[in-house]
Write a protein that binds this ligand. Structure first.
Ligand code: AQP
Length: 331
């Protein structure tokens, strides 16, 4: 059971990231920072969900290369293979097997209501069936590890709720087989917005590169992106996401990076320029050591960590999948 003590939740934590591009500040502040912090209190399992990336068309080799880079990023950010399991989804075949049963437990109508499906089906020419059933694979990812808590950004709230619903539906038919998880969405940083279009969340595939701070960006690019961040014309530094989305996003970035809160940060500024400069410095303090560690990790080490992680993950996944197969009573 996920319980929360002063330093964070306990029990088993599971979460994943798609290898669809370089990890950005939103991924870090909304999710990965918590994966790292929760290693003190939870039994963590973290996954590069490469199969999900194929739900939109990909070139051969593209996802594989990005998978290695995503794993390297996670290690550099602080996922510690001594304390957590880090692995690649496609290395553990039970994910796709359980996904079938989750599709069988999901209603067409509830999948149709998923906002990510609505958004992505509008922005892709080829709308694959996998884009539609994606949440069932995500539910399998989570449920395969008897997960108590899923640390994610706010955009994943609906998918974790879906996971709970299908797990409960499955259990209602087949017995108490799957652990029903809870999400952990941080009180601040759960939705970092695009610096150029603060009405949209920061994303790997943003329209303008200026909108997203990538962990591979140079110092000068990070400073430039924050300097050019869209604000507004009234010149007042105030945390008000509704009417001042750009300024509020900068305050949020600054506050989450420093571990403070955006409302009190606002009191320290009367102009946008110094706020942008301080936000850039706070981000650079996070990014600098991560970039250094990233350079020190060679491919061989990353691959070895993933192979070991896959073995450990497979052992747990086999246990749960055997339980599921037993519960449905296959011949
Ligand atoms: N802007 C964000 N603010 C806070 N959290 C965020 N997350 C993503 N964007 C933000 C959280 O990061 C984790 C991994 O995300 P993902 O693998 O689902 O990919 P993504 O980064 O959400 O996808 P993008 O950036 O939107 O990429 P594309 O453009 O490829 O679809 C999740 O926990 C997510 O909540």
């Amino acid at each position: 059971m996920a319980t929360e003590n002063q330093s964070g939740p306990s029990g088993r934590a599971f979460s994943g990231i798609q290898p669809t591009g370089t990890i950005h500040l939103g991924n870090y502040l909304g999710a990965i920072k918590n994966w790292v912090d929760f290693q003190d209190t939870t039994d963590g399992i973290y996954c590069v969900v490469d199969l999900h990336a194929f739900s939109v068309p990909r070139e051969p080799g593209e996802v594989g290369a990005a998978t290695l880079e995503a794993a390297r990023d996670l290690l550099a950010i602080g996922i510690d293979p001594e304390r957590s399991i880090l692995f690649v989804q496609s290395d553990v075949r039970q994910h796709t097997e359980l996904a079938w049963f989750m599709q069988c437990s999901a209603a067409f109508g509830e999948l149709r209501r998923m906002t990510q499906f609505k958004d992505k089906s509008e922005s892709n020419d080829f709308v694959s069936a996998a884009l539609f059933t994606y949440p069932a694979l995500q539910a399998a990812d989570i449920l395969l590890y008897d997960t108590d808590v899923v640390p994610v950004g706010d955009d994943q709230r609906q998918h974790v709720e879906f996971t709970r619903d299908v797990a409960q539906r499955f259990n209602a038919t087949y017995g108490d087989v799957l652990v029903v998880p809870e999400h952990y969405i941080p009180p601040a940083g759960a939705r970092i917005m695009d610096l150029q279009h603060p009405e949209n969340k920061m994303s790997k595939s943003a329209v303008s590169e200026l909108g997203t701070i990538f962990f591979t960006d140079s110092e000068s690019d990070i400073i430039k992106k924050l300097k050019k961040a869209v604000t507004d014309n009234d010149g007042e530094v105030r945390f008000d996401p509704e009417s001042k989305p750009g300024v509020s996003n900068l305050l949020n970035v600054l506050a989450v990076a420093k571990g403070t809160d955006p409302v009190s940060e606002a009191e320290g500024y009367s102009q946008y320029g110094p706020l942008k400069a301080d936000a850039a410095e706070a981000v650079l303090e996070i990014v600098r050591p991560i970039q250094k560690r990233r350079q020190e990790l060679d491919d061989g080490d990353v691959r070895a960590i993933l192979a070991d992680g896959a073995d450990r993950a497979r052992a747990k996944a086999t246990e749960v999948m055997d339980r599921v197969r037993g519960a449905v009573q296959l011949l």
